[in-house]
Design a protein around this ligand. Structure first.
Ligand code: ATP
Length: 351
């Protein structure tokens, strides 16, 4: 079942250029979808329209099969059954944790309300924190209380607006995993807005990459990373290696040898189409070897060490632009050294 369905949604502010420009998106029930895009692409605008704080110019939003926004329809925010986890400063500072979590609960008696609050705090790993005040919590704990508050009324849909921005990077991964686990435990459908590709790829079941108010590609994290629809998506979701190449018989002929083409992704020709284009690989598909296939040698120009891996830049003979090679183990090459380069896996071809 599709829990959230958005069709041809458009919005501009004050008659200016379109911020949302015919955006389509479908999120299945129980999925955590990330809306990933650069600053200014319209993510917050989209979230505000889904929540009901802002009217769309045209198009529709349906939640659990019910149109909440569309021509002649505008269901007010409090009747959309949407829970929101804002960026930061989300908690009411003068209310205890328990009262923050119970804030949006209506129609429950005191006992039920107390049980729901305890259940939600348990879910986010903060059982026993109900009497604390927000300032007595860490940033990560505050975000988990904000999630508990959003989930307490059992919404159809949870919207998370860059919820980890205020957290330092050491905390982020842990809080992200906690939030994901809590969402899974409730089976809630959720939309996470972020400009952080790592966050989208690691947290979401589905990633919608948004560019200039439209979905450029929507797929699983693996699909958008491995089989990007175009070079813009490819570059936005990860490091790219670009090579000139041409397609023949389901493979691309490149300066690094023949590379099989993936069955999906890419907007260039596969076998049978116009042959020329740009071949896309990821740096972890390139490997430094003593002797590469004939004619695929190069010179190391730079080594950048990141701890868990390193990026080695190689100027391949016969290629204008250098390529990046991700090395997972110890790095034994130095700038100036000759090396072979071997490719594994499939590429996509783009015009
Ligand atoms: P960020 O990641 O920086 O928050 P975003 O993708 O969430 O960006 P939006 O906040 O939706 O983008 O803004 C999209 C565009 O609309 C921007 O160019 C912004 O300047 C413009 N905009 C947003 N809100 C308004 C407003 N109330 N009035 C006029 N223009 C606005």
């Amino acid at each position: 079942m599709t829990e959230l369905r958005i069709d041809a949604l458009s919005k501009s502010y004050g008659g200016g250029a379109a911020v949302l420009d015919g955006l389509d998106l479908a999120v299945p029930s129980g999925a955590l979808a990330a809306v990933l895009g650069p600053s200014g692409c319209g993510k917050t605008t989209l979230l505000r329209i889904i929540a009901g704080f802002l009217r769309a110019d045209s198009g529709t939003v349906a939640i659990a099969g019910r149109t909440v926004e569309g021509p002649g329809t505008h269901v007010p925010p409090e009747r959309r059954r949407v829970g929101i986890v804002p960026q930061e400063g989300a908690l009411f500072p003068h209310l205890s944790v328990a009262r923050n979590v119970s804030f949006g609960l209506t129609g429950l008696d005191r006992g039920e309300s107390r049980r729901r609050v305890a259940e939600m705090l348990e879910l986010v790993g903060l059982a026993g924190y109900g009497d604390r005040m927000p300032h007595e919590l860490s940033g990560g704990q505050q975000q988990r209380v904000a999630l508990a508050r959003a989930l307490a009324p059992r919404p159809e849909l949870v919207l998370l607006d860059e919820p980890f921005n205020a957290l330092d990077s050491a905390l982020r991964a842990g809080v992200r995993a906690d939030v994901r686990a809590a969402l899974r435990a409730t089976g809630a459908t959720a939309l996470l807005v972020t400009h952080d590709q790592q966050e989208a790829l690691s947290a979401a079941d589905l990633v919608a990459v948004v560019r200039k108010g439209r979905v450029a590609q929507c797929g699983t994290p693996q699909e958008v990373y491995r089989h990007p629809a175009d070079l813009w998506v490819a570059g936005f979701v990860g490091d790219a290696v670009l090579l000139p190449g041409s397609a023949e018989d389901g493979a691309a002929a490149t300066a690094l040898g023949r590379i099989p083409l993936a069955a999906s992704g890419g907007d260039g020709a596969r076998a049978g189409g116009a042959p020329g284009g740009t071949v896309l690989l990821r740096p972890e598909q390139l490997h430094l070897v003593q002797d590469g296939p004939e004619g695929t040698g190069g010179t190391v120009t730079d080594v950048c060490f990141y701890g868990h891996d390193a990026m080695v830049t190689v100027r391949v003979d016969g290629l204008d632009d250098p390529v990046d090679v991700r090395v997972a183990g110890p790095v034994t090459v130095r700038p100036g050294q000759r090396t072979g380069v071997r490719v594994t896996g499939e590429a996509t071809l783009h015009r």
